[in-house]
Design a protein around this ligand. Structure first.
Ligand SMILES: *[C@@H]1O[C@H](CO)[C@@H](O)[C@H](O)[C@H]1NC(C)=O
Ligand SMILES: *[C@@H]1O[C@H](CO)[C@@H](O)[C@H](O)[C@H]1NC(C)=O
Length: 415
């Protein structure tokens, strides 16, 4: 009994909803319920919610007795404002002559969307980040739809065939930004950002490619150290920006600038690797040093400069320094702190090789010596086998056993 009753009420509810939606043709895709939108200076038609088109209604302004438009206007259930202005904004009431149906409508004026300002950046070699902002504030609820397509290579501008567009995922935390992840380095992408508000939509389309917009973040961890015994030398070192994952095909090159305090002009060098020894510093003067980075094959542009770090060449001659020649005087990140002794044991060797390169050399030496040892062991094995091979069947396990310890020989490097 109970369940059949609730079943019936559900059917009635469904019918009621169907009826209501059939007789409320007012568009309601936007913003809070009951708000309709228009443009100043343009005609505006307000729709009476809950009343089907063609049904005559009375229209009033909220809290005002004056009739704005009556059932005999011939305009059905819509209130027509020939030329809306901001004094027309506000709430309106409408109802059928019998007072059975009707509702309230709030009018809000604003402008249609304008093409947004869009720009795209890439601080690594895989992800394109596009940001946008309105070129004009519409005063209306607005959202943006961002999508992109990859342009197929080898087609002229007119014949550009695009693969199907896909949404550019928008940042949940930072509004007005979307990222094309894992973009192809050599491909062109067409980005479409559409501003949408209740009065329409307007799109900005931008063609970008990673190789043109690539701009790494500045290098990090810049250190400037004096070189004991060399009053005209400064040693600078830095690291890759952390936003640039290192891969053999995507290396960075660097540019270093330095100037003594009170000299306006920078000297520029292009270091090889992640360090540089400045050999023409002015003895006794603090020097500002900064670095920037760019894709190794000159794609995109140079990064911004890193923060400036100050360092002063070592005073005093090497003989004075001999008692603590094992120490390097290090100045970290800022000029304000006093020089701090470094933990590095040796005075700086003038070795320009990249640590990565040195590692590669070490590893290959390791591999070669391992291979050499293995070949030697094998030869020895064969020799032993030739020598004793014919004697006994039970010599074989012995031969194998002599092979096994080969990779545990004390001289074999750990790989
Ligand atoms: C591109 O973005 C993805 C997702 O955040 C990240 O895993 C990847 O490392 C980025 N690629 C590069 C080269 O930084
Ligand atoms: C841009 O995107 C909007 C919304 O998805 C779409 O209506 C419009 O046609 C697109 N424009 C171009 C030039 O692709």
């Amino acid at each position: 009994m109970n369940s059949s009753c609730s079943g019936l009420s559900r059917v009635l509810l469904a019918v009621a909803i169907a009826l209501v939606s059939a007789c409320s043709p007012c568009p309601q895709a936007w913003g809070p319920p009951g708000v309709q939108y228009g443009q100043p200076g343009r005609p505006v038609m307000l729709c009476c919610p809950g009343v089907s088109a063609g049904t005559p209604v009375y229209w009033f302004r909220d809290k005002e007795p004056t009739l704005l438009q009556g059932p005999d206007s011939g305009l059905g259930h819509e209130l027509v404002l020939a030329q809306a202005d901001f004094t027309d904004e506000g709430t309106y009431l409408c109802h059928t002559p019998d007072g059975q149906l009707g509702g309230t409508v709030t009018l809000k004026l604003g402008s249609p969307p304008e093409r947004p300002v869009v720009s795209c950046q890439a601080s690594d070699y895989e992800n394109i980040s596009c940001t946008w902002s309105p070129s004009q504030v519409s005063g209306l609820p607005t959202h943006y739809v961002a999508s992109y397509r990859k342009k197929l290579p080898g087609t002229g501008d007119q014949r550009v065939t695009l693969s199907t567009g896909q949404p550019c995922p928008q940042d949940l935390l930072r509004a007005a930004r979307c990222v094309i992840y894992w973009a192809e380095f050599w491909s062109q992408y067409r980005i479409n950002v559409t501003e949408v508000n209740p009065l329409g939509a307007s799109s900005r389309v931008l063609d970008v490619s990673l190789q043109h917009i690539l701009r790494p973040d500045p290098p990090e961890g810049l250190r400037v150290e004096s070189v004991p015994g060399y009053p005209r030398r400064l040693h600078a070192s830095w690291t890759y920006p952390s936003s640039w994952p290192q891969q053999p095909h995507f290396l960075l090159k660097f540019r270093l600038q330095y100037r003594p305090s009170q000299h306006p002009a920078w000297s520029t060098v292009e270091p090889i690797g992640l360090e540089e020894v400045i050999t023409d510093a002015v003895a006794g003067l603090p020097h500002a040093v900064r670095v920037s980075a760019r894709d190794f094959l000159d794609a995109g542009t140079w990064s911004a400069w890193s923060v400036e770090v100050w360092g002063t060449p070592s005073t005093g001659s090497l003989t004075n320094e001999i008692p603590d020649a094992g120490k390097l005087h290090t100045q970290l990140a800022d000029s304000t702190g006093p020089p701090r002794p470094s933990l590095q044991p040796d005075p700086w060797p003038l070795d320009h090789r990249d640590p990565l390169e040195q590692m590669v050399v070490l590893v290959s030496l390791g591999i070669f010596s391992f291979l050499g040892l293995a070949a030697g062991a094998l030869a020895l094995g064969f020799w032993l086998r030739l020598r004793w091979g014919g004697k006994d069947a039970h010599q074989k396990p012995g031969f194998l056993a002599s092979m096994i310890p080969v990779d545990k020989l004390p001289g074999t490097p750990d790989l």
